[in-house]
Design a protein around this ligand. Structure first.
Ligand SMILES: Cc1ncc(COP(=O)(O)O)c(C=O)c1O
Length: 391
């Protein structure tokens, strides 16, 4: 029997999508899967070599350091300095995580009491809302404006009084919205004013196009008093299967997270930490070709949709397109029509909260020719609404 907190959580939308995908494959369909945001590129060779070296090292016989291996701490701090001009103490202001998803969940569980509130973007990566539920707390969705920025003045006073954390994510999955440093300053000032911990999930920091480089909240003066930022190797370095990320920023927040984590585990695999250290140390060489490939894909997909008569905007960051569900379809009706028709798998916006209804996400996780195929399938399906689709 699951705990009552777990039982109260609705089924993960990605499971429902998985079931549809599996059923189509079992029926012999070949699919173009642009649903999941899982990188298809190879792990950089320099990282593979570092993992091979680490695997052969006797150091792996021992438990890792609780907080961070000094090699990863130094490399992550070096990356933050090179990329953002941010200085952090590698020992006290950096923590290794087995991916940012787990890190965010543990951060919530270590900081939030039952009945309290976590403020999250109304359209959000699912763990932002699920972790508070597992803590017996509530995620309160903050409405987004047309640019995907959080309308904090719309948070009810009663919710604000109970709020402990403010989670932000720019560049955003799934909306692709970006925030300037001034906007991050506004979010930090709000956190200051209401005594919240600011949690910035910078999963897509490196995936910027046409000269766009996402800022870090840690660039703001005094940010390390109450802000932490997550940097994962999953997306920028094609390392989602390695499970390595870091959280950097407020020493006090990391101390609390450390206290929680030390009751549960033994730190993060030394092998993964060495892999992450190598990725961060070589970021300047590794990232540009990966970004160039995503840019090629973005351009191919956007051009193909425009050729089909769709007015789509090219996102300037992330690995997604966030599109409106065409007239004549409801959310699942559109997803099902694409699987049944051209065999294209997309993610319904509902996966990212109720405010995602009416939209869907396409991931740039296929080469350009496959994305063009997907675009042709989308355009053809919208032009001929399926029998039985909601009006
Ligand atoms: C915004 C955001 N945060 C975190 C994650 C998870 O990253 P990790 O692999 O580091 O757990 C994702 C993955 O899609 C994401 O989109």
């Amino acid at each position: 029997m699951p705990s009552s907190l777990l039982a109260a959580i609705p089924p993960y939308v990605f499971y429902q999508l998985d079931a549809r995908r599996a059923a189509a494959r079992a029926a012999g369909r070949t699919l173009v899967d642009v649903g999941i945001g899982s990188p298809d590129g190879p792990i950089p060779e320099v990282v593979v070599a570092a993992m091979q070296r680490a695997a052969a090292d006797r150091g792996l016989s021992h438990y890792p350091a609780f907080r961070v291996d000094p090699v990863l701490g130094a490399a992550a701090a070096g990356y933050l300095f090179e990329r953002f001009g941010v200085s952090v103490d590698p020992a006290g202001e950096v923590m290794a995580l087995a991916g940012s998803k787990e890190g965010i969940a543990e951060l919530v569980l270590s900081h939030v009491n039952p009945g309290e509130v976590v403020l999250v973007p109304a359209v959000h990566y699912p763990v932002y809302a699920r972790a508070p539920q597992l803590a017996g707390a509530r995620a309160v969705p903050v409405p987004l404006d047309a640019d995907g920025l959080m309308q904090l003045d719309q948070v009810a006073a009663a919710d604000l009084a109970r709020a402990r954390l403010l989670i932000v994510n720019y560049p955003s999955n799934p909306t692709t919205a970006t925030a300037s440093l001034a906007e991050l300053g506004r979010l930090l000032a709000f956190a200051e004013a209401h005594d919240l911990v600011l949690v910035s999930d910078l999963a897509y920091s490196e995936l910027g196009f046409d000269g766009y480089a996402a800022p870090s909240v840690l660039q703001l003066p005094g940010a390390t008093r109450r802000a932490v930022e997550l940097h994962t190797c999953s997306k920028s370095f094609n390392m989602a299967g390695v499970r390595i990320a870091v959280m950097a920023g407020s020493r006090a927040v990391l101390d609390t997270l450390d206290a929680y984590r030390s009751n549960i585990g033994y730190g993060v695999s030394t092998l993964a930490q060495h892999a992450g250290a190598t990725a961060f140390a070589h970021a300047a060489a590794i990232v540009p070709p990966i970004v160039a490939e995503y840019r090629r894909r973005r351009d191919a997909l956007v051009a193909a949709l425009r050729r089909g008569g769709w007015a789509v905007e090219a996102p300037r960051a992330s690995m997604y397109l966030w599109l409106p569900v065409p007239a004549g379809f409801d959310d699942w009706g559109w997803v099902d029509a694409l699987i049944a028709g051209p065999g294209v798998v997309v993610t319904p916006g509902l996966a990212f909260g109720e405010a995602g209804r009416g939209r869907y996400r396409v991931s740039l996780v296929q080469p350009p020719d496959r994305l063009e195929l997907a675009a042709a399938g989308l355009v053809a399906t919208a032009a001929a609404p399926a029998v039985g689709a909601a009006g």
